[in-house]
Design a protein around this ligand. Sequence first.
Ligand SMILES: O=C(O)c1ccccc1NCC(=O)[C@H](O)[C@H](O)COP(=O)(O)O
Length: 210
Amino acid sequence: MNQVKVCGLKYKENIQELTSLPIDYMGFIFYPSSKRYAGNLDTTLLSDIPSTIKKVGVFVNAKLSEIQDIVTLYCLDYIQLHGAETVEDCNYFYQQNIPIIKAFAITDTFDFKQTAPYEKYCSLFVFDTACKQYGGSGKSFDWTILQSYNGKTPFLLSGGLGLQNIKEALKITHKQLIGFDLNSQLETEIALKDCKQIQTITNIIKHETL
Ligand SMILES: O=C(O)c1ccccc1NCC(=O)[C@H](O)[C@H](O)COP(=O)(O)O
C-alpha cells in the first residue's frame, strides 16, 4: 500500500484543489505555535472533504480535553500526537475509539523499543526527523535506522520528503512501511502546497512498488 499523507494545510482553495488528487490523508496542524496552524478553518471546509481522504488533526502536547473538542468540531478521522504524549494519553483516546497516529522524533540514536508500549493503542506511527519545532523541519533522517524497528504497527515515513528524494525513499524495504508523509518540500510558501508537484509525487508513490 503506497499511502500518501499531505500535512500542514490551511488555505481554503488549496485544500479544495487537493481533494481531486488520490491522496489518503490530509493533515491539519492544531498546534498554535506552528506557522501551519489550521485552528481558524471553517468546519464546513473540512466536512466537504471526500471520505476517501482521512482528516488528521496534528497536536503537540495539547490538553486532552482540547484535542477531544477539536475532534468533535472538525469530525476528524485520526489524531496525530506529535509531541511527548504518553501511553496513558493514547489509552485515553483509544477508550473513546478515536484512531491515533503517534509520531516519533527520530535521531541517529533513537531506540525503537520506545514505540512498543504504544502499539496497543495506535493505528499507525509516523517516523519524523527530530527538530526543535516538533515537525515541518524539511529535513530527512538517516533511513538506515528504520531497520531497527521490528514492531507490528505500520508506519508512514516523514521528514523532508519531496521530488528530490522520493525515489530513494521508495527503495526502502520494510514490511511495516505503508506510505509517506509530505509537507514543506512541496510548498510554494509556508502551508501553501504546490498541487502540481503533489500530483507528480503522488503518481510516483502510487505507481512504484514499496
Ligand atoms: O508542519 C508543521 O508545522 C508541524 C509543526 C509542529 C508539529 C508537527 C508539524 N507537522 C507534522 C507533520 O506530520 C509533517 O508532515 C512532518 O513533520 C514532516 O514535515 P517536513 O519535514 O516538512 O516534510
